[in-house]
Design a protein around this ligand. Structure first.
Ligand code: NAI
Length: 411
């Protein structure tokens, strides 16, 4: 007689492939689980990735690898995929969900890093620090107080009051600023932050306007000539969100005419692919403009947190089926699995699918302890805890359904 396995799949045989120098904090999370980790420093082209990903169970990338439909179609063992950054547009997300592969990212590990840089830049702009520092490097001593100001008592306008916007609001109050925000969805104001009537309201009342919106069709060109003209004379604009949000030509004009007193840009409509490429922008050489190469979230703390956050989500999915936070899957946070087998079923979300599944369960006389279903328009995700005697039979029958995408047993 064979002894039943302790876990549905030996942890030591779970293979993780991490590309693009994912932080070692992620390796530690996977190794603590007993998984095998292979790490590569760079991104891989499509052919190389197809080869490398063929036998892995967990694939981790950052922003430069492209996980295409072809890569996914060949990576038949991949259970889940992690982008160790915020963006996920480098992954064929729809194809991943159609294959039952949830994708996880790191939506807030770099939030605080961005927020701190915003506050640093608000103060730096207010004191014209970039210009003073450049002059000193050029051997010029220009001690002067005019046009240098404290930020205490000034108004900071935040456009996009999400993860980063709210953190900026907290830090700004700590240095004595008044905070006014605008968001397209109603948001609870943090501390003494106040909600503005509209974007125009923020533009007309703030001494500093900082943008923290995502890139969407609505935010493309959100700040152009008209909006800049509405800003207060002598105000400052900061963009650490996405390059497409601001019309840089219009911003350069508003700075050149003296309508705005300064600006900070960390993101640009077109950014170089690598550090050895050149860079051009309308803002080069404009006084009191701080230019940074998309480093808002680039701190060691953020990289470490991203490694841990994404790896933890991937491990949790593999061990429990939890999809909370996934960007392409319905969210389920199942309870701990005790003394049961758990079926994880991903199916096409079409009429009648549940009755077929329920018939299989009922015919098998399964003793179902809990059943959680979440759906999106394309797929349904069902997590069912049931008695161990019938789990394999139920899995086989569910896998044979025409609507089945993937069915796995966990114990
Ligand atoms: P989030 O999703 O938590 O917040 C975005 C907020 O903007 C949401 O509250 C949303 O309702 C609001 N919003 C959407 N459209 C809007 C509109 N038209 N007008 C006003 N509000 C609108 O995002 P999070 O994490 O705060 O990130 C914000 C931006 O920062 C993103 O574009 C992200 O890509 C960027 N980012 C930049 C980094 C850098 O290195 N510079 C690092 C991390 C994020």
């Amino acid at each position: 007689m064979t002894t039943p396995a302790e876990t549905s799949f030996p942890k030591s045989q779970i293979r993780v492939l991490l590309l693009e120098n994912v932080h070692t904090s992620a390796h530690e999370v996977f190794r603590a689980e007993g998984f095998q980790v292979e790490a590569c420093t760079g991104a891989l082209g499509e052919d190389a990735l197809v080869e490398k990903a063929r036998d892995v169970h967990i694939l981790g990338i950052r922003s430069r690898s492209r996980v295409t439909e072809r890569v996914l179609s060949q990576a038949r063992r991949v259970l889940t995929l992690g982008t160790f950054c915020i963006g996920t547009n480098q992954v064929a997300l729809e194809s991943a969900s159609q294959r039952g592969v949830p994708v996880f990212n790191a939506p807030f590990s770099s939030t605080r890093s961005v927020a701190e840089l915003v506050i640093a830049e608000v103060i730096a702009l207010s004191r014209r620090l970039a210009d003073r520092s450049r002059e000193m490097h050029e051997g010029r001593w220009r001690k002067s107080a005019p046009a240098a100001h404290e930020v205490r008592g000034k108004t900071l306008g935040i456009v996009g009051y999400g993860h980063i916007g709210t953190q900026v609001g907290i830090l700004a109050e700590a240095v004595g600023m008044q905070v006014l925000f605008h968001d397209v969805v109603p948001k609870l104001p943090i501390g003494n932050n106040r909600r503005a009537e509209s974007l125009e309201d923020v533009l007309g009342r703030a001494d500093f306007v900082t943008l923290h919106v995502p890139e969407t069709p609505l935010t493309r060109g959100l700040i152009g000539e008209r909006e800049l003209a509405r800003m207060r004379p002598g105000a400052y604009l900061l963009n650490l969100s996405r390059g497409s949000v601001v019309d840089l030509g219009a911003l350069a004009k508003a700075l050149g005419s003296g309508h705005l007193a300064g600006a900070a840009a960390d993101v640009f409509p077109v950014e170089p692919a690598g550090n050895s490429d050149g860079f051009a922008t309308e803002l080069r050489g404009v006084p009191n403009v701080i230019l940074t190469p998309h480093v808002g979230g680039s701190t060691e703390e953020a990289q470490e947190a991203i490694g841990r956050e994404v790896a933890t989500a991937l491990v949790k999915f593999v061990n429990t089926g939890a999809t909370t936070g996934s960007v392409n899957f319905p969210h389920i946070e199942p309870p701990p699995l005790v003394d049961r087998h758990r079926l994880l079923n991903v199916h096409r979300n079409v009429p009648g699918v549940l009755s077929s599944i329920n018939k299989i369960v009922s015919d098998a006389q399964a003793n179902v302890e809990s059943q959680i279903l979440a759906t999106n328009p394309a797929i349904g995700y069902l997590v069912m805890d049931l008695n161990r005697e019938v789990s394999e039979e139920v899995r086989l029958q569910m896998s044979a359904l025409e609507t089945n995408i993937r069915t796995r047993v966990l114990y």
